[in-house]
Write a protein that binds this ligand. Structure first.
Ligand code: EPZ
Length: 422
């Protein structure tokens, strides 16, 4: 298996461009099957999750390929409504195909996406939303069959502002008959990107970014060319890496407005941040300060996807910090690995009590999920000595060759490829 090897203790410095957002690209690629024709989707990151989604689109009958950072997808021949369990198991974001397939073919067959390292990941809010739009849903064991002769607009209130459920309902409602409102909708920037993409296809959606989204169903959507927003979580990860290594890094093509809560926390930790349009400079000359309390919750609050990364910075801070995780019930699997590197963290239910230490020490550690893996990379960059990270396929799901990004900023990091055994 490939591994990352990191020689710690080198402050990051230099400039780097932020690639497109995984969590915007995935639903947008799924939505493309709602219209017949050829799309050009720009600023798509070269990630394993993206390649899985392109594989699913091809399995459904599309032609889809990543050329540089543009995806060209042709959807004329979409004919398949069955999503293979093997592909569902590779990536739970396959769930985003429910709304589009129901809209295009009136049927979708898929499987309950399994839980993962960060939690149960239920899809009840997705199914309730689609049922409210008139879909008939049958669950046979792990298989789910959804059918709808015609989708009807509805007033939908989400029990929780689920990102995926909001996106699935938006897509299904875009060509439903009549008006749909989603109350208690998720407000993430990726929802706004999906709204803008669907409207570029001819949909009539307003309100994304607020807790109420209104969709006026239209009879037809058409292909378009669209550019994906920058990845705010990749940007936040690099900001925290700059701070943890006491470096000075400039991020380019970033959207600071998508990172308000993370910027606020980093400033409280003593990090200097300067913003000039889509350029952000992050500079940390000394030891970080502790931050009394950080609570993850839906946007615009502090994002759960930066929780494991900020915990690394706080592990090096001068003082005690508390991080409370309220979005996913199992998102502390990185704590054991950080403790093996010398961090002093105690977990009690969904809160982590972090007592800062002067330094971390390199070790051989294992990535358990995407953002936990990113956190271990940051820990290795800051640690004294050498760190080896295993199971790095998790990291490749959300970061386009993270070792090249970081090496371009002066990090001592490389990827080992296994020597083929005889
Ligand atoms: C999206 O996941 C992101 N993934 C996640 O990013 C992100 O952490 C999450 O939103 C929260 O911001 C993509 O966009 C591809 P949710 P999603 O539905 O849509 C519960 C990363 O690292 N829930 O908002 O699955 C659920 O169990 C990934 O890039 C239900 O109970 O998130 C969880 O506790 C990780 N029933 C909470 O809501 C449902 O039907 C948040 O889930 C749906 C969700």
């Amino acid at each position: 298996m490939e591994k990352l090897v990191i020689e710690g203790g080198k402050p990051l410095s230099g400039a780097i461009r932020i690639h497109g957002a995984k969590n915007a690209a995935l639903p947008i690629l799924a939505a493309s099957i709602m219209a017949e024709g050829t799309f050009t989707i720009e600023n798509v990151p070269n990630l394993s999750d993206i390649h899985v989604m392109l594989g699913i689109l091809r399995a459904l009958g599309c032609r889809a390929e990543l050329v540089g950072d543009n995806v060209i997808v042709s959807t004329n021949a979409v004919h398949q409504f069955h999503i293979p369990e093997s592909l569902m198991n590779q990536m739970r974001s396959s769930i985003f195909l429910m709304g589009p397939l129901l809209s295009r073919l009136g049927r979708v067959e898929l499987y309950q996406p399994g839980g993962c390292a960060i939690g149960e990941r239920k899809i009840d809010l997705h199914l309730q939303g689609l049922a409210a739009l008139g879909a008939h849903i049958e669950e046979n064991g792990s298989q789910i069959v959804c059918t709808a002769n015609e989708l009807q607009g509805a007033e939908i209130v989400l029990d929780y502002p689920s990102v995926g459920a909001t996106e699935n309902i938006m897509m299904a409602a875009a060509m439903a008959r009549g008006m749909t409102t989603i109350t208690n909708a998720a407000r993430e920037p990726e929802i706004q990107d999906l709204q803008n993409f669907l409207n570029a296809m001819g949909a009539r959606i307003i309100g994304a970014g607020t807790d109420t989204i209104t969709i006026e169903g239209v009879s037809e959507l058409t292909p378009c060319t669209y550019r994906i927003i920058p990845d705010r979580i990749v940007a936040g990860t690099l900001m925290i890496a700059a701070a943890a290594t006491r470096g000075n890094v400039t991020l380019e093509k970033v959207c600071p407005a998508h990172l308000t809560s993370a910027i606020h926390v980093l400033k409280r930790a003593g990090v200097q941040i300067a913003i000039n349009g889509d350029i952000m400079n992050v500079c940390a000359l000394g030891r970080p300060k502790s931050v009394e309390r950080i609570v993850t919750s839906p946007y615009p609050s502090f994002p759960t996807d930066l929780q494991s990364q900020i915990m690394v910075l706080l592990s090096l801070a001068d003082g005690v910090s508390i991080v409370k995780e309220t979005v996913f019930e199992g998102r502390f699997k990185h704590v054991d690995e950080l403790s093996r590197m010398g961090a002093d963290i105690r977990v009690d239910l969904n809160s982590a009590y972090i007592r800062g230490v002067p330094r971390l020490y390199g070790a051989t550690v294992e990535a358990t999920d995407l953002r936990a893996g990113a956190a271990l990379v940051i820990a290795g960059l800051a640690a004294q000595g050498s760190t080896v990270i295993e199971q790095i396929h998790h990291i490749d799901r959300g970061y386009d060759r993270i070792e090249l990004m970081l090496a371009s900023l002066g990090a001592g990091i490389h990827r080992t490829t296994p020597v083929p055994t005889e």
